[in-house]
Design a protein around this ligand. Structure first.
Ligand code: FUC
Length: 777
């Protein structure tokens, strides 16, 4: 529901009237605690509710006379593998570098545009799988008690209402164990369910077979350049009759019906119709209640690992859209923050499962044939942000699709490094897709940036820091990290004046500057972010090689490079410099705040190590914000993480509120605008960073607790070194900590200025009081 300004005001007045101070109403609170719910159907896609099993997704509208369930499958992509390296790139590299060193920015950009950008001619985009449409008979009129909800505890969407003295209900979920979507329709009066079912896909290119109780929809997407898909639907009835006519299945006078939907493509080979056929027949052999219980058990093993409480107000009695509107009007609603947090975890579990593709710009949920930015894998912040919450919110397994994707990028990334730059190792640029391209195309302003692989490699190392899984490090992570490092080592060149090593040609993602001659330019030699990424990568690779006791000579080479790499500089106004020179900034509030990579997600800038850089980072952030920064959802989410790392709980909180107030849709999806899921994930990570951090070699509890969260707890979050942490606080102060040591490492824990060290045993729990004193078990 979008409210008119007037409607919003009335509603908000009403809500503010009802919402009083903190109360506990255990029962209702229990009921609505972890649900997004609404008193009306979705009037458009941005109000519909997402379900997903990592691969197969649906957006549930909850219509009364007509239900639309928009479907997605993660591999429904147009395009194909393509090679589009600009053949002139390698020869142009020294020319572009020389022009940039000579300060001829505009000229360098022209050469780069012509000779380094590839010609991407194959159109590739993620697309909808299609729609499942239900049309009901006239019994579904004059409804009352309508409710539509998404239950985050069970990962089930529900619709219920009363009409003609009958209670109708629908449940929809996407099961990972059974690889199918289930839609269950019931009525509490026998034979009250009459409706038709059909499948469709925009573009009118799909073909259909309807027989008895089953529909098959097939299409070769992208007009033949893309995957072949098959979607299959089966209807199972309790009572009533079924008939087929005009491409639809008609159900007459049933008491209950279960619709099961399976879908597959040939992205990984095989025949989509037989893959989905097997999935469907396996699922339909099980009773609905069994499918549901197996789904809930599977989902809850991940979801239930973390519990958060930030306090509750009477706002919980109101539907989610009303609460969001009230918050936008100034209301305080800590439980909505909890809901948003757990929704972020829900979205990751539902869009990223081991063995599948990583979550794209929209997770797996995208409507139509041309979603924004092709709903692709932007790797200049967006996909990384998707995975910021994975380890810390105890969803380490959900990280794997991204980590395996990086491994899969390697053959192309190796070829691109050599063909484009004549350099060994692996490189990727600003974006990619499931056809795994790494070469670049388009405008140098976003495309001339060879750090996509180097940044992403951080995730492979981080997964190890949380799990210390040596086999994983050896077999999957290290080879990918090492090749990314090899590229960086050979890519860097000596600056003719400073003699330091610099990266370039490159950009500070997607920002511009004014040259001394007054032109707007983007490319330089030595943007700060590149060096922060490379420093992080080389340090991580050194640590990884030490952990595996290998590559001693490459390690020395990396150490040597690190000693010559251009350092992070503070400008004359006290801010961190974004480029090697202090250029005039045409967009001082730019959404990318790339030169703070070392603060977050990197670990170069910490209070203990370099307080002067920390101070400069704060100035950088304040300056960006005072010039309109944070205007996209993901940018705002990054800012929450930055302020958390600056240990400024109030500023982190203000930006979290701004995200909820300005960049959140009625279904709690983040907006760029339009919908882009990275902000959901970035903010979930940010909230965790406010409550605990572990990037600086210690478990820092409550580093950025805002005044508004006086009492609460978070249980089950994870720190580097393999510590599962339960934190409780009261009156704004730590009450106690429980630490489960999963790996048996020594634990260094900090609260404020107090630091304590203790040895741990694998699998044992340790309890500390408010003064960090270890309690006897
Ligand atoms: C990055 C951002 C844009 C957008 C796009 C998908 O390049 O600069 O704002 O989020 O990715």
């Amino acid at each position: 529901m979008y409210l008119s300004p007037k409607g919003t005001k009335q509603l908000v007045a009403l809500v503010l009237y009802f919402i009083t101070a903190t109360h506990s109403h255990a029962q209702t609170q229990q009921q609505n605690n972890l649900k997004l719910w609404y008193n009306q159907p979705a009037s458009e896609w941005n109000e519909a509710l997402p379900v997903g099993n990592g691969r197969l997704g649906a957006m549930v509208f909850g219509g009364i006379a007509n239900e639309r369930i928009q479907l997605n499958e993660e591999t429904v992509w147009t395009g194909k593998p393509a090679n589009f390296v600009n053949p002139q790139a390698r020869a142009a590299l020294p020319e572009v570098r020389a022009l940039l060193f000579a300060g001829k920015y505009a000229e360098a950009q022209k050469v780069a545009k012509e000779k380094m950008m590839g010609d991407k001619t194959v159109w590739s985009t993620y697309q909808t799988l299609g729609d499942l449409q239900l049309d009901f008979d006239t019994l579904h009129q004059n409804t009352r008690d309508y409710k539509r909800e998404l239950d985050l505890e069970n990962a089930i969407a529900k619709v219920s209402y009363r009409a003609n003295n009958i209670n109708f209900s629908r449940e929809i979920f996407s099961s990972a164990p059974d690889q199918a979507i289930a839609v269950r329709l019931t009525a509490d009066k026998p034979e009250a369910l009459s409706f038709s079912v059909n499948l469709s896909r925009p573009g009118n290119k799909a073909t259909f077979e309807v027989a008895k109780d089953e529909i098959i929809m097939r299409e070769h997407v992208g007009d033949g350049v893309g995957v072949k898909l098959a979607t299959r639907l089966k209807v199972k009835l309790e009572g009533g009759t079924i008939k087929v006519s005009g491409g639809k299945i008609y159900i007459n006078k049933a008491t209950a019906a279960t619709l099961l939907l399976a879908a597959a493509t040939d992205y990984r080979g095989g025949d989509p119709a037989s893959i989905s056929g097997k999935q469907l027949s396996d699922a339909s052999a099980k009773a609905y209640e069994i499918l549901k219980q197996v789904h809930i058990n599977d989902y809850q093993q991940y979801f239930k690992r973390v519990d958060l409480d930030l306090g509750t107000t009477d706002a919980v009695y109101f539907p989610t859209d009303t609460r969001l509107a009230a918050m936008q009007a100034g209301n305080i609603d800590p439980q909505l923050v909890k809901l948003y947090y757990q929704f972020g975890r829900y979205l990751l579990i539902s869009s990223s499962r081991p063995g599948g593709l990583p979550a794209n710009l929209q997770g797996i949920w995208a409507d139509g044939l041309t979603p924004p930015w092709s709903a692709d894998y932007h790797i200049n912040i967006n996909i990384q942000m998707n995975y910021w919450p994975a380890e810390v919110t105890n969803l380490s397994e959900m990280h794997l699709p991204f980590l395996q994707f990086l491994d899969a990028l390697r053959p192309d990334a190796r070829k691109t490094a050599m063909d484009m730059y004549g350099v060994k190792g692996t490189v990727a640029h600003f974006t990619t897709d499931p056809w795994l391209f790494t070469e670049t195309y388009g405008e140098p302003q976003w495309a001339m940036w060879p750090m996509g692989m180097a940044w992403s490699a951080q995730h492979l190392w981080e997964h190890y820091l949380f799990t210390e899984d040596k086999a994983y490090l050896k077999e999957l992570a290290y080879p990918v990290i090492k090749e990314a490092a090899e590229f960086c080592v050979d890519w860097l060149v000596e600056h003719p004046e400073t003699k330091q090593l610099v990266s370039g040609p490159s950009i500070s993602p997607e920002n511009t500057f004014k040259t001394p001659g007054g032109e707007v330019a983007t490319m330089v030699m030595g943007p700060t972010m590149d060096h922060m990424i490379i420093r992080d990568l080389l340090r991580n690779t050194i640590e990884a090689s030490q952990a595996l006791k290998k590559d001693a000579s490459f390690r020395r080479k990396m150490q040597n490079v690190l000693s010559k790499l251009a350092p992070t500089q503070i400008g004359s106004d006290g801010r961190i410099m974004e480029w090697t020179e202090e250029f005039e900034e045409p967009e001082p509030g730019h959404r990318h705040i790339s030169h703070l990579y070392g603060l977050h997600p990197g670990r170069e800038i910490t209070k203990q190590k370099n307080p002067e850089l920390l101070e400069a980072a704060r100035k950088t952030l304040d300056y960006r914000l005072s010039h309109g920064g944070g205007h996209t959802g993901w940018s705002r989410a990054w800012i929450i993480n930055f302020f958390a790392r600056l240990q400024d709980g109030e500023a982190a909180y203000d930006n979290l509120l701004a995200l909820l107030r300005k960049s959140t849709l009625p279904n709690l999806f983040d907006i760029h605008p339009p919908f882009q899921i990275d902000g959901n994930f970035g903010a979930t990570a940010g909230i965790t960073e406010m409550l605990m951090q572990s990037h600086a070699g210690e478990v820092h509890v409550l580093p950025a607790l805002p005044k508004n969260w006086q009492n609460g707890y978070i249980h089950g979050i994870v720190a580097r070194g393999g510590f599962e942490v339960d934190l409780n606080w009261k009156d704004g102060k730590l009450e106690g900590v429980k630490i489960l040591s999963k790996l048996g490492n020594t634990c260094q824990i900090r609260y404020g200025e107090k630091v304590v060290n203790f040895k741990t045993e694998r699998g044992k729990s340790y309890v500390l009081n408010s003064h960090l004193e270890l309690q006897k078990n």
